[in-house]
Design a protein around this ligand. Structure first.
Ligand SMILES: NC(=O)c1ccc[n+]([C@@H]2O[C@H](COP(=O)([O-])OP(=O)(O)OC[C@H]3O[C@@H](n4cnc5c(N)ncnc54)[C@H](O)[C@@H]3O)[C@@H](O)[C@H]2O)c1
Length: 432
C-alpha cells in the first residue's frame, strides 16, 4: 500500500493512499503550482480545522443500550460558518467525513457562497432502527455536536439517509438546548418549518444549468442530444426531466434495480412515476420500446451526455475508455476515480466536476439560511432565477480559468476555490 508523504500524515487517520481523504490531498497537490504566493498557506487545506468524534448512546426499544460513533468535522471556516450534510451509514469513517467536509470547502468557495466546509455522520444503518430509536439517536447526536454547531458557526443539512424530518429533530434539539427557536441551525427543513421552496430540485437544476453551459461551449446541441443517467433519484430524476423538457432524449437509465435502454427515448414522466411507485426503473422495461440490458452495458450506451447521479467511484479507467459521451455531468459526489479522470481528458471527454456540477443544492441551502435570518420567504421563481444566475456565473469563471491555464474543469474549480479560501486565510492572518 502506497504511503502518504510524512508532511501530510495526520496521526488520527489511516495512511491508505486510495482513501477519500488521500484523493482530496492529491487534488490539492495538483493545484498548488497555480496558487503563486498563496501556496504558502496550502497546509491549512491539508488538515481539518476541527474534528469532533462523539459517543452517541441510546436506549433501544427492547430496553438494551447501544452506542454509536458520530463525527462532525469543520474543515475550514476561513470564508464563513461551516456548511455540510449529515450522513447516517454503517460504513461512515472519519477519513470519509474529513474528505467530504473538504470538498464542501471547495464547493462553497467555487460558487462564491459565504461558507466554509463541514460534514458529519454516524456509523449506523438507520433502516435497522425504529422511528423512536432514530429520533433518540438524532437528538443525542445533535446535543453532542451542539458545542460546535449553530446558525453562525456551522449549519448541517441532509445527506445520505437523512431527510427533512431528521433536520426538524436537529433544529428542535438545538433550539431546546439554547432556549430559543433557531431555524437557521440546519437547512433542508420541511417548508413550513423554515425550509426553502425549490430545495428538492435544486441540485438537479444546477446539473442542468452547468451542463447546458458546457454543451454550448463544446458545440453540442442539447436539442436532440442523447442522454444516459445513472440514478433516477432526487438529482438524476430532476436533471433527466429538465434535459427532456429542453429537447434532449434520455435513452439509458441505470439504478439499483437494473439497467433499461429505450433507443427512441424514455417517457420521463412515466419513468419517474414507475420509480416513485415501484422503487426503481426495472419495471419500465415491460413497456413497448424499452428493453432491460445487462448492467455493464450501461457504460457502452451510444449517448452524447452521461450523468452519473448515484454513487461514488463508478467510473474507473476501464469504463472511462468505453464511455461514448462527449460530456459527463457529475451529479453524484466523487463518481470518477482520479485515474479515470486522466483517461477521459486524454480522450477529449469534457467532465463537469461534482464540486461545481452538483453545487445547486448547497446554493439553495444558502438561500434557506438567508430567508430564515430575515424571516422573509421568496417565491420558487425567485429562487430558481437566483440559483441559475449564481451557477451560470460560477461556471463561466471556472471555464475561463480552465482555458487560461489549459487545465481540466476539475483543476480549474480547485484553482478558483483554493485562491478564494487562501486569500481569506492570508487576509485574516494567524490568531493570535
Ligand atoms: N440531493 C442533493 O441535494 C445532493 C447534492 C449534492 C450531491 N448529491 C449526490 O448525488 C448523488 C445522488 O443523490 P440523491 O439525493 O439523488 O439520492 P437518491 O437516494 O434520491 O437517489 C439515488 C439513486 O441512486 C441509485 N442507486 C443506488 N445504488 C445504485 C447502484 N448500485 N447502481 C446504480 N444506481 C444506484 C438509486 O436507485 C437512486 O436512483 C449522491 O452521490 C449524493 O451525494 C446529492
Amino acid at each position: 500500500m502506497e504511503q502518504l508523504p510524512a508532511a501530510d500524515a495526520l496521526s488520527y487517520v489511516g495512511q491508505d493512499a486510495d482513501s477519500a481523504w488521500s484523493t482530496y490531498l492529491k487534488q490539492v497537490d495538483r493545484v498548488t503550482p497555480y496558487l503563486g504566493h498563496l501556496s504558502k498557506w496550502i497546509d491549512s487545506l491539508k488538515r481539518p480545522k476541527r474534528t469532533l468524534i462523539v459517543d452517541v448512546p441510546i436506549e433501544m426499544d427492547d430496553g438494551s443500550v447501544r452506542h454509536f460513533e458520530g463525527y462532525r468535522v469543520q474543515h475550514s471556516l476561513s470564508r464563513g460558518p461551516g456548511k455540510g450534510g449529515i450522513r447516517f451509514h454503517p460504513q461512515v469513517t472519519l477519513d470519509e467525513v474529513m474528505a467530504l467536509s473538504a470538498w464542501m470547502t471547495i464547493k462553497t468557495a467555487a460558487v462564491g457562497l459565504p461558507f466554509g466546509g463541514a460534514k458529519g455522520g454516524i456509523r449506523v444503518d438507520p433502516k435497522q432502527l425504529s422511528q423512536g430509536e432514530l429520533e433518540r439517536m438524532t437528538r443525542r447526536y445533535t446535543s453532542e455536536i451542539g458545542v460546535i454547531i449553530g446558525p453562525q458557526r456551522d449549519i448541517p443539512a441532509p445527506d445520505v439517509n437523512t431527510n427533512g424530518q431528521i433536520m426538524a429533530w436537529m433544529m428542535d434539539t438545538y433550539s431546546m438546548n439554547t432556549g430559543a427557536t433557531a431555524t437557521g441551525v440546519v437547512t433542508g427543513k420541511p417548508v413550513h418549518l423554515g425550509g426553502s421552496l425549490g430545495r428538492v430540485k435544486a441540485t438537479g437544476r444546477g446539473v442542468f444549468v452547468t451542463g447546458t453551459e458546457a454543451a454550448r461551449r463544446i458545440g453540442l446541441d442539447i436539442v436532440g442530444a442523447r442522454v444516459a443517467v445513472q440514478g433516477l433519484g432526487n438529482v438524476g430524476g430532476t436533471a433527466a426531466e429538465l434535459f427532456t423538457h429542453a429537447g434532449s432524449v434520455v435513452v439509458a437509465v441505470q439504478d439499483h434495480t437494473g439497467t433499461v435502454f429505450a433507443p427512441e427515448g424514455f417517457n420521463i414522466e412515466q419513468a419517474l412515476a414507475i420509480v416513485q411507485r415501484e422503487g426503481g426503473i426495472a419495471g419500465y422495461a415491460k413497456l413497448p420500446g424499452a428493453e432491460r440490458v445487462d448492467n455493464e452495458r450501461f457504460w457502452d450506451a451510444d449517448v452524447d451526455i452521461l450523468i452519473p447521479a448515484a454513487l461514488e467511484g463508478q467510473i474507473d479507467e476501464a469504463r472511462a475508455r468505453r464511455i461514448r459521451a462527449k460530456l459527463v455531468l457529475e451529479g453524484a459526489n466523487g463518481p470518477t476515480l482520479s485515474g479515470a479522470d486522466d483517461v477521459l481528458a486524454e480522450r477529449g471527454v469534457m467532465v463537469v466536476p461534482d464540486v461545481i456540477c452538483n453545487a445547486g443544492g448547497v446554493t439553495v441551502s444558502y438561500f434557506e439560511w438567508v430567508q430564515d435570518f430575515s424571516s422573509f420567504f421568496w417565491t420558487e421563481d425567485e429562487i430558481n432565477a437566483r440559483l441559475e444566475k449564481i451557477m451560470r456565473e460560477a461556471f463561466v469563471h471556472i471555464w475561463n480559468t480552465a482555458a487560461q491555464h489549459r487545465v481540466s474543469l476539475r483543476t480549474a474549480t480547485f484553482i478558483v476555490a483554493c485562491e478564494r479560501i487562501l486569500m481569506a486565510r492570508a487576509e485574516r492572518g494567524i490568531y493570535p
